[in-house]
Structures are given as C-alpha cells and as structure tokens.
Design a protein around this ligand. Structure first.
Ligand code: DC
Length: 212
C-alpha cells in the first residue's frame, strides 16, 4: 500500500514523507533521487541530459537501489553527489524524456509492489500509484520554498527562486508525468505550518482511512 506525497520542490515533501513513514512504520521512497541518479550518471559519462536517446539509455544502463538513507548506483553510494546544484538542474532535464520516466516508473512500481510505503515525487498519485488510498499534494508559496532551500543549502535565496521557477515550469509543462494534482488528492499548503503539524495532519488522515 502506498501513501503518495506529490508537489513542487521545497514544499516539504521529503521531510513530511520521512516523518510520516517513521510515524506509521512505513518504508520511505524518494522517487526524485532516482531521476537525480540518472542525471548524475549522464554528467559522469558525458551523456547529454537534454538528449532523449542518450538520457534514456543511461537510465536503462544503471541499477539504482536504496539502503536506509543511502542512494546507490550500481552498488556505489552517491547520496551526497546527487544533491549538487548541477545534478539538481540536470535532473529536471532528464525527467522530461518519456523513456527515462518509463524506466523509473517501472522500477518504482516494482519497489512498492509489496509492503507499506510513503512515496514522494511529482507523479506518484497520478502515474506510479493511481490506486493509492491516500494522495497528498503539498504546496507552499514560491518565496517560502526558496527560503527553505536557501536555509538547507546555504545558497542565495534570489538565485534559488529564479532556478526554482524554471524547474517548476519544466516539471509542470512536460507532456509525461507532469506535476499536477490527482482528482482525489488532499492539498495542503505548508507555507505557515511547522513540519510536525503537517506530519500529524497526514498521519491523522491515514488513520481515519484505516491505513495505519
Ligand atoms: O524531488 P527532487 O528535487 O529530488 O526531484 C529531482 C527532479 O526529478 C525534479 O526536477 C523533478 C523530477 N522528478 C520527477 O519528474 N518525478 C518524480 N516522481 C520525482 C522527481
């Protein structure tokens, strides 16, 4: 069973999904990390993230796995490397290619087939797990999201805001797996909420629905 947490970057998905998984005893799946792994490998191998064929064959050539908090490509821990600004930028480029998305969605579906998961991303409730019994769409104002990222990374808030707007546009406009709310999702604006308030709210919804 999958609880789907979707929304734009900086809306608090990772923290909420981790906190929720901990509170309910579910496994956490960070689907964005998988697109980051494809982007990282493209940059390592000199493949062009913009080029559908090159990005897709890269996606199909690597094995992505998770061990607790660690993200591994072909058994090598890349948890830190995939968070660099270069990889963040390239990830939103590889994520537009249908071949890359198909490879990732197939792998994500396989991972969440058994057990209880809290999966976060952009298309979990719409594409990866449309049958999910609880779909959450997290939002926050662009300024709040950029501020949170700046606090996490130590980067400049204005620069982050500009780059974030470009990525938001790519995530929302792409033809496949675009960022959008599922018809049956619950939307939560986290701009003025503390992390534990959001986790409690979603955990309550899960219990109300008899999922935990
Ligand atoms: O959530 P994140 O910042 O780690 O995601 C990295 C990139 O991957 C981002 O540009 C959106 C994309 N992504 C996606 O297209 N589909 C997902 N399910 C998760 C992330």
């Amino acid at each position: 069973m999958v609880i789907a947490i979707d929304g734009p970057a900086g809306a608090g998905k990772s923290s909420v999904a981790r906190g929720l998984a901990g509170a309910l005893g579910f496994t956490y799946l960070d689907s964005g990390a998988m697109y980051r792994c494809v982007a990282f490998t493209c940059l390592e191998w000199g493949a062009d993230p913009e080029q559908s064929g090159e990005a897709t064959s890269t996606a199909m050539s690597i094995e992505i796995s998770f061990e607790g908090e660690e993200v591994l490509i072909d058994g090598v821990d890349v948890s830190e490397e995939i968070r660099s600004p270069e990889v963040t930028e390239a990830a939103s480029r590889v994520a537009i290619h249908p071949g890359v998305r198909e490879a990732m969605v197939t792998e994500q579906s396989r991972l969440i087939e058994s057990g209880n998961y809290v999966a976060e991303g952009r298309d979990i409730g719409t594409v990866v797990s449309p049958g999910s019994p609880l779909k959450i769409f997290l939002t926050a104002s662009p300024e709040v999201r950029a501020k949170r990222r700046a606090e996490q990374t130590g980067g400049d808030e204005r620069d982050i805001l500009v780059a974030q707007m470009e990525r938001d546009k790519r995530d929302s406009d792409r033809e496949h797996g675009a960022l959008k709310t599922a018809d049956d999702s619950v939307e939560i604006d986290t701009s003025d909420l503390a992390l534990d308030e959001v986790v409690t709210k979603v955990a309550d919804l899960a219990r109300e629905r008899g999922l935990a």
